[in-house]
Design a protein around this ligand. Sequence first.
Ligand code: SF4
Length: 392
Amino acid sequence: MEHTNIALCISVSPRLRGSIKRLMPNKLQQDHYKVSARDKEESEQYLHGRGAQFNTKNKFLKDEITREHAEGIDDWTDPNVPTQYLEQQSKTIVNKVDSPDVGMAYSMNAYAGCEHGCIYCYARNVHEYWGYSAGLDFERKIIVKMNAPQLLRKQLMHPKWEVMPIMVSGNTDCYQPAEQKYRLTRGLLQVCNEFNHPVGILTKNAWIIKDKDILQELAQKRLVTAMVSITSFNEELRRVMEPRTATATQRLRVIEELSNAGIKMGIMMGPMIPGLNDHEMQRIMKSAADAGATFTAYTFIRLNGAIKFLFHDWLYKNFPDRADKVWHLIEQSHDGKVNDTRWGLRMRGEGAIAQIIAQQYKKYGKLYHMNEGRQGLDTTIFRRPGEQGRLF
Ligand code: SF4
């Protein structure tokens, strides 16, 4: 799509602007980093409790709001505004996943955007499809699909529906804070339980415990697996990298409590970031295994689309001492770029660092007996309400 007349309101430090100039072609510099006096002033204020510190340009929008003359605007809002929930009635809830390297056929989520605010989150780019920015908007403008459970029921009632596990958190976290108010993930699980439909969950939030009762029922029918994502035990890192998530210690408690309740639990280490958290892989895997996790997965950092700009800003603001090193290690692992769209390679990276991480993953996985005797979920007991069960 052609963009015209674009100037984006963002906050960047003089130091960052220098490094951006080294990294970006002129066109990108103009589009993404037009800075006003007001922006410069705000750039000194770190937005604690948020991952992104600004809004990147939405590539689908022709026009953007600018702040070139901020002194003329009387009612400019505080940049650290509270999260907004945007309630809507959606048309669909289940998405077919075409990517061959993500390990799921279908995903569904009642929430678009994620208040957890992980700076590296690949789902940020998807927020542009909704008309918002992948930056701060992604964390504080959360779309709530109020009719999600009804839509799932309709989908499963369709005579042509083929039973395949659906990932409830394929894009954003289904137990993000909005769930405490709306309980739509619980509604989706209730529908799955009623239809005996297999489902997978991935979360960084301890609120999943609230659904232990339904998860137990699903587990007894071999209809659910749940993964908890842990990236670091370093609280200083987590607080800025994944600001509104549960601590690693809380996440381990989740694994322990749910696995004690008979639910098959796994540990996701995603993403591994060289120079920031890659040295923690063994500790994460061992702690998760001790807590009861029996399977595992990991991803390697990649910075596609707007995440490149957001992560760069975040990295230099929070870790100026090692930012250059981390950035270059990411580049080295993706053929000289930080973004990567190559199937298979994009999630794992390549080169020396990516290989070391892959070897460690294999070694510790074996040591802690992860992924042994994995069983698939049951797709044979699906039934629609009123049916007695499938004949074949
Ligand atoms: S919890 Fe998951 S979906 Fe939410 S911001 Fe973090 S990585 Fe993205």
